[in-house]
Design a protein around this ligand. Structure first.
Ligand SMILES: [Zn+2]
Length: 309
């Protein structure tokens, strides 16, 4: 909301504002470099927020360098003075579109609204694109390949645009004494579920020497990272965690108790029953319990991925 000390139409107290990302409607009133559409169905996760901030920085650095006009922009909460503002919209995990405020013809969003995809208005037939794929298109200038300038920016900004993790297989060799020797690269396990993600590299330790959160890379945990980005709380219900999850729900004033089932002729607890009446949900062992910001609970089933450990 605009006030005397906040003249912008971008949301002053949105966490993205700290990253110099304006959160606005589809027709922002300032010449921001890029915005996030506040009417999006989903919020950017941390990695995507960094990518939008980096997209804005690339534009500013390219057009204004380190000159005095750049410093004028940096003194404001957002980077502006852009010929056409790019607005990003997130529909669902890994499903993004964009529009430029100068567009007068053609589709409103590229890719088009999800419900229009594959229909008569979907001329480009793009399907769902990730945020990086959308940014590549913006920089492609009509072609399919992103510009070399943009590709170079991504390579030199791995903090926002991480290359895929390598996964070097163990190597068996016979040494001079005829003994078998195994050479292996240290692997990184997901901090959410323990799944091996590939070779450990410098993305796995932050500047304080702490292990980083890599759950967004993990097929099992990525949906939960998205839930957390929407402001949801998540718990995995396992035989080990069930009493702690129960205690935490108790503190939230939510009724929860063990869910009993017949297992090989004996009654046994197989999960957690949460809530009462029609809104009751059951999270079986392995499932994730998700509490949405409105207080509603949902269950995210354990994915059918074999444990790698
Ligand atoms: Zn995981």
């Amino acid at each position: 909301m605009k006030t005397a000390d906040w003249p912008y139409d971008a949301d002053q107290h949105d966490p993205l504002t700290q990253l110099r990302i304006p959160v606005t409607g589809t027709h922002p009133g300032f010449t921001y470099t890029a915005c996030f559409d506040r009417d999006s169905e989903a919020r950017p996760n941390d990695a995507e927020a960094q990518q939008i901030a980096s997209f804005i920085e690339e534009y500013q650095e390219h057009y204004f360098g380190n000159g005095s006009w750049r410093r004028v922009q940096q003194a404001k909460p957002f980077d502006m003075d852009c010929y056409t503002t790019t607005v990003f919209h997130k529909w669902a995990p890994n499903d993004w579109s964009y529009r430029c405020v100068t567009w007068q013809y053609g589709p409103f969003w590229v890719p088009v609204f999800p419900r229009q995809r594959g229909g008569e208005y979907d001329e480009q037939q793009l399907g769902a694109l990730t945020l990086v794929q959308v940014m590549d298109r913006i920089h492609a200038h009509g072609g399919d390949q992103p510009s070399t300038r943009w590709a170079a920016w991504k390579t030199s900004h791995p903090e926002a645009f991480r290359p895929p993790r390598t996964n070097t297989p163990d190597r068996q060799t016979i040494n001079d004494e005829g003994r078998a020797v195994t050479t292996l690269r240290i692997k990184r396990a997901c901090n959410g579920c323990g799944l091996y993600l590939g070779d450990a590299d410098n993305r796995d330790v932050d500047e304080h020497g702490n292990l980083t959160d890599v759950r967004a890379e993990c097929a099992i945990c990525a949906p939960l990272v998205e839930f957390e980005a929407q402001g949801c709380a998540t718990w995995q219900v396992t035989p080990r965690s069930i009493s702690q999850v129960g205690d935490e729900l108790d503190r939230l004033g939510v009724y929860a108790k063990g869910y009993w089932e017949d297992v090989d002729g004996k009654l046994a607890v197989t999960g957690l029953r949460v809530g009462t009446g029609a809104t009751r949900v059951v999270a079986k062992y392995g499932d994730w319990l998700v509490r949405h910001p409105d207080g509603q609970f949902a269950v995210h089933p354990a994915p059918a991925v074999a444990s790698s450990v």
